[in-house]
Design a protein around this ligand. Structure first.
Ligand code: CO
Ligand code: ZN
Length: 332
């Protein structure tokens, strides 16, 4: 699991530019499912199993895009100005390294601040690629990059950029590999453009038209010094979402997940996230709507270059999904 996570998180793949990460996922899932395809939005969709008596058509979604930056202008001295892709925050930027799709590297620098205690805003930052002129610059307008940090294994705890949401792609891959028998027709979706507004999951859900939607994504924690008040901690199990900033999870699905965790003696937490949302929101309100919910991986420092998860939460999320999908899900 750890080596799979390392493989997935270190790939550069900001929203809209997921082809590299999609290829890596494709290699990992070779031969799995009855059918694999890539839709017009770049979502990788794997259909697995047939819908039997008591079964449902279920879409599971983990997004493979990540936050990043896009070059807007390269000045005559070679400094590249940039805009953001997804919710990048200024205080995580200065001194960060970035890696472009074409392999070029750079560091984010900033103009002199009148008050050194302030944080640079994006207009005051630039990427220094080592070039001394625009002609020499390895990057041009429209080029995209992601934060560049190596994966770090601290034992149970793992640090990397793009844990959001590549760890959940790893969870789906492991679930697919381990699933023996299911009464359901399953659609595993490695979705695109989540960080810019759930765009891949929106069209994937419309196309698949499932009976039930389950997103797998990261969520925040309340277990660090003076953190937000949130009843989720690292290492205490995957979090079953009750609500977030964009969705009220279907209570029947919440119940089904809780019952499944209890029956199988798996650790779980209940999640209420005040801001942010997931692909589950897109699924819930696509077409005429569908019951939807989310299984979350507790994560610290989300949308920073160094996000932290606990590998036991990943393992337990796989166990929970395998158990959940092996039985009928009663939405009475
Ligand atoms: Co995110
Ligand atoms: Zn995410």
């Amino acid at each position: 699991m750890k080596s799979l996570v390392k493989k997935l998180v270190e790939i550069v793949g900001p929203s809209g530019y997921e082809s590299k990460i999609r290829d890596v996922v494709r290699t990992e899932i070779k031969g799995l499912g009855n059918e694999q395809r890539v839709d017009a939005m770049g979502n990788l969709i794997v259909r697995m199993g047939e819908k039997k008596k008591d079964g449902l058509r279920i879409m599971l979604s983990a997004h493979i895009d990540e936050i990043g930056i896009m070059v807007t202008h390269v000045d005559k001295n070679g400094f590249a100005r940039f805009t953001t892709i997804g919710a990048v925050r200024p205080h995580t930027c200065f001194g960060s390294r970035v890696r472009f799709l074409n392999g070029a590297a750079g560091v984010i620098g900033g103009e002199r601040l009148d008050n050194p205690g302030n944080v640079h805003n994006f207009e005051q930052m630039y990427i220094d690629t080592g070039a001394s002129s625009d002609a020499e610059s390895p990057v041009k307008i429209g080029d995209v990059a992601a934060f560049d940090r190596p994966f770090e294994d601290l034992g149970n705890r793992l640090i990397s950029k793009a844990m959001d949401d590549r760890v959940c792609a790893a969870v789906l891959i492991e679930t697919m590999r381990g699933l023996k028998n299911s009464p359901h027709e399953l659609f595993f979706v490695f979705s695109t453009q989540e960080e810019v507004g759930l765009r891949g999951a929106t069209t994937a859900a419309y196309g698949i038209d499932p009976d039930l939607g389950i997103a797998v994504d990261v969520t925040g924690t309340g277990d660090t010094p003076r953190s937000v008040k949130m009843d989720v901690s690292l290492g205490k199990g995957p979090a079953i979402k009750i609500r977030d900033g964009g969705m009220l999870a279907d209570p029947r699905l919440v119940d089904a997940m809780v019952t499944c965790a209890q029956k199988n003696n798996l650790p779980y937490q209940l999640e209420i996230l005040l801001g942010g949302t997931t692909d589950a929101k897109a699924m819930q309100i696509t077409r005429a709507g569908m019951p939807a919910g989310c299984l979350s991986i507790p994560t610290r420092y989300i949308h920073s270059p160094s996000e932290m998860v606990d590998s036991r939460d990943l393992e337990n999320a796989v166990q929970l999904l395998k158990s959940l999908l092996s039985e009928p899900i009663v939405l009475a």
